[in-house]
Design a binder for this molecule. Structure first.
Ligand SMILES: [Ca+2]
Length: 214
């Protein structure tokens, strides 16, 4: 009986070469799993790169202002994109906050996910038509989201659904703060810092960067 058990143990015992092979296989599987995980993360990395690309296109105009006419290049870029939204050619004296946001989209070739417009309200309709409108003022925005303001909002609690007066592109969110880049902010391109869920936030247009990748 003892001999039989010994033989069975010998038969099933794993030889060192098999252990080595198993270790190699495990390491190979771990490397493959890591590579796959990195691959799966890639779309997010590409999406973030696109978000940054939009912000950087806007940031190159930092400091442009009406007083020295340097804002005209932004309006010219907007007008160069044909057909012009609603057939309107923007003039140098028009409000140009939405024009600025649109120019960044035109420059980066992202007009199908960030529809150009010179009117905030019209641009909101376009985002709504794309199913990419975020009405909740409590939404925590991401880099590249488009933020709309309503300056005349009544200072009370609740979701602002009033008339959009102004617009910018979210640069980054450091809760509870949002950093935004805006055109026609005191007649120039400037950063704005505000609180998440600020009462004057009307809502957000959310360009579908993932859709742009596809
Ligand atoms: Ca709202």
């Amino acid at each position: 009986m003892k001999e039989r058990i010994k033989k069975i143990i010998q038969r099933v015992s794993i030889k060192p070469k098999y252990i080595r092979a198993a270790v190699v296989a495990l390491i190979a599987a771990a490397i493959a799993a890591t590579a796959y995980w990195e691959y799966m993360r890639m779309p997010h990395a590409v999406e973030m790169a696109l978000r940054m690309q939009l912000v950087e296109a806007a940031e190159q105009y930092l400091g442009c202002m009406e007083s020295d006419g340097s804002h005209v290049q932004i309006i010219d870029l907007y007008n160069s994109h044909l057909p012009r939204p609603r057939g309107y050619k923007v003039t140098e004296t028009d409000s140009w906050c939405a024009v600025f946001v649109s120019a960044a989209a035109i420059e980066t070739g992202m007009t199908e996910i960030l529809p150009p417009e010179c009117s905030c309200e019209q641009q909101i309709y376009l985002f709504q038509a794309l199913g990419r409108w975020e009405e909740r003022d409590t939404y925590i925005p991401q880099t590249g989201d488009v933020i709309y303001y309503d300056w005349s909002v009544e200072k009370s609690f609740g979701d602002c659904t009033g008339w959009a007066d102004h617009v910018g592109i979210v640069v980054d969110t450091f809760c509870p703060f949002i950093k935004v880049i805006e055109g026609n902010y005191s007649d120039s391109v400037k950063y704005r810092y505000l609180l998440c869920n600020d009462l004057e936030i009307r809502g957000y247009g959310l360009p579908d960067f993932n859709g742009h990748i596809r």
